[in-house]
Ligand binder design. Sequence first.
Ligand code: DAH
Length: 343
Amino acid sequence: MEIKQKLADLARTIEEDIAKTSDLASMEDIRIKHFGKKSELLEILKNIKNYQPEERPVIGQVANKIKNILTEKLNNKKINFQAKQQKESLDSTLDGNPFVRGSLHPITTVKAQIVNIFQKLGFGISEGPDMETDYYNFTSLNFPHDHPARDEQDTFFLDKNDKDENKPLLLRTHTSPVQIRYMKAHKPPFQIVVPGTVYRSDSDVSHTPMFHQVEGLAVGENITFANLKWILSEFLYQMFGSSIDIRFRPSFFPFTEPSVEVDISCVICGGTGCRVCKNSGWLEILGAGMVHPNVFKSAGYDPEYIQGFAFGMGVERVAMLKYEINDIRLFYENDLRFLKQFR
Ligand code: DAH
């Protein structure tokens, strides 16, 4: 039978062609040539009706068998070739992918630096709630009822219609309420710092609605303004370097008497005057003072026997001066180009 011989010859030709292939392109060429729509094998199957009816099933079987067996052979050759190629292209002596390291946020770093310095000076650490009552945030700290800081412009109220002084109804505007919480729960003498987030409805180049403060409180029977002055000077020298000048300037806070604001010589111009220090040569860095007798009374202490000093500072402000950053909002935009500089 002529057709059987033809199929046998074709099978041999296909096998030889497969054996000759040496890359993916030639394998694809062979697949199209022998198994594609215009291949000889498909022509035979398409025109099977031209053969004798009794021959047809045999021709069909043989042609399909050739197609199936040799397609599989070609496919296997392709898979083996790809596997080998992959193995050869794998160079185990190459470096791995670089491991990108994250870093602490500059605010986290500076907050830790501030707290560490005070820890070395013998201070403990305490914390308090972000949601506060009017009592702890204002009243207990000797704020008069009509004090402007209670104004809605600064304070985020959670429920301003609630008149219960003891229910949390605002986001604390400073870390000072922790002074009262700590004093109520502990007996003097002690000295603590209180790092934490605080909230004020304010936003511009030097204000964000949420920011960080570190509060300080030292209480005992013999604590004087001289202790305040030494501790804060020591802190500032360690934080900004021993070459800075420090100035204690009279000020006012409801919860301290006397009160001071502490300035350092401008870290940008060294005190000669520039844009950052508004040509004054000085930068305000923290508020402080001797704890007001009314604050001690709020905590249940007798101000006849107990004295202390307190201070508070903004972490963002310290970080801005330390790293010479001119817009506070950069801290909270999470721009990697900014953050990467603190690795
Ligand atoms: N609570 C003040 C503020 O938010 C900062 C401050 C000033 C805290 C003087 C104190 C202090 O403890 O004695 O601006």
